[in-house]
Design a protein around this ligand. Structure first.
Ligand code: NDP
Ligand code: OXD
Length: 309
């Protein structure tokens, strides 16, 4: 039986080395050198080619290389009944916390304005909003959202959260479900999207959502491009309702060179790097799941396909 790395565009040989460092006896194969298709029990997938997940008659598990599983659950080639797992990793959480804190501070301390002033050789002191009236609202209070909340709290930001189900977190007011979304939005001076992409959350960052944010609010999308209705963001920035956005994910990646976001001065763009899975950090949980599969034991970090995350 074998484990297949199916992650075109990633350093698959590097991943193989890291998996073998955990267990040198593993049969690890690297796409497209699959060998006998019948022997593939588990696939580690990211950007998998269309149709590829249907090639393995004895496939029992598809493991996402990252925290999100939308690319697997939405793949029509995923055979029914195959388990789907994801990565849960302290390093991944920490990197995301760094990125979001940086983006929030960039907005809070007007660094975008200082870049403009420098271009014009202007010595202008921008006001700093009183901390008590400045709330960072996080959509998605999962493993990563909660780590981000703690990092922002360490900087003494007022943090709000929104999740599907109620939860209590020290010092964070968490709103739950559609019925509490409007109030959450009305209080969020910065809106951070850390939701999984599901049919319920697709397009959630839209004109209506933005219109409920306080005037001058800032949007940070580090989840998935399909959460954001791109033309609505541009419209709300151009009308002055939103002060800008920091975007790490896009409907089309890489972002096409003629995309209007490149021209918008108040949109910060990064190329899906907010947090990156490091093979040396997660190899052991992937190997552990492969062993559990062989032993018929429950898997770590298995997602619920009906819930979508
Ligand atoms: P989790 O599965 O741990 O958490 C998901 C959170 O979203 C939960 O709090 C859940 O609520 C909430 N949620 C799900 N659906 C809804 C809904 N319909 N309404 C309200 N809340 C909802 O995910 P992670 O924290 O690990 O990761 C979040 C996402 O971040 C990933 O799916 C991925 O897309 C993205 N990501 C992006 C990276 C990047 O580099 N840009 C890197 C890593 C992740 P509840 O708690 O009630 O279940
Ligand atoms: C992830 C990502 O989901 O990198 O981990 O986007």
């Amino acid at each position: 039986m074998a484990l297949l790395l199916l992650m075109p565009g990633r350093d698959m040989q590097g991943w193989k080395k890291n998996l073998l460092a955990v267990d040198g006896a593993l049969d690890v194969r690297v796409w497209p050198d699959t060998g006998n298709l019948d022997e593939i029990l588990m696939v580690v997938a990211w950007n998998q080619p269309p149709g590829s997940l249907a090639l393995f008659p004895n496939l029992r598990c598809v493991a996402s290389l990252g925290a999100g599983v939308d690319h697997i659950l939405s793949d029509p080639a995923l055979p029914p009944g195959v388990a789907v797992t994801r990565v849960v990793d302290a390093q991944l959480n920490r990197m995301m916390a760094e990125y979001v804190c940086l983006a929030v501070l960039h907005h809070y301390r007007s660094f975008g304005r200082y870049e403009e002033h420098k271009r014009e050789r202007k010595w202008v002191q921008e006001p700093v909003p009183p901390a008590e009236g400045y709330h960072v609202g996080i959509m998605g209070m999962g493993v990563i959202g909660r780590t981000v909340a703690r990092a922002l709290q360490a900087l003494e930001f007022r943090v709000l959260g929104w999740a599907r189900t109620p939860k209590s977190l020290p010092g964070v007011r968490v709103f739950a479900g559609k019925q509490e979304l409007d109030e959450f939005l009305s209080l969020s001076n910065v809106l951070v999207c850390l939701l999984p992409l599901t049919p319920e959350t697709k397009d959630i960052l839209n004109r209506h959502t933005f219109s409920l944010l306080p005037r001058g609010a800032y949007v940070i999308n580090v989840a998935r491009g399909a959460h954001l209705v791109e033309e609505d963001l541009l419209e709300m920035i151009r009308s002055g309702h939103l002060s800008g956005a920091c975007l790490d994910v896009f409907r089309e990646e890489p972002l096409p060179p003629d995309h209007p976001f490149w021209q918008e001065p108040s949109i910060m763009i990064t190329p899906h790097v907010a947090s990156i899975t490091r093979p040396e950090s997660v190899a052991s949980q992937i190997v552990e799941n492969y062993r559990r599969l062989l032993a018929g034991k429950p898997l770590l970090h298995q997602v619920d396909p009906r819930r979508g995350y």
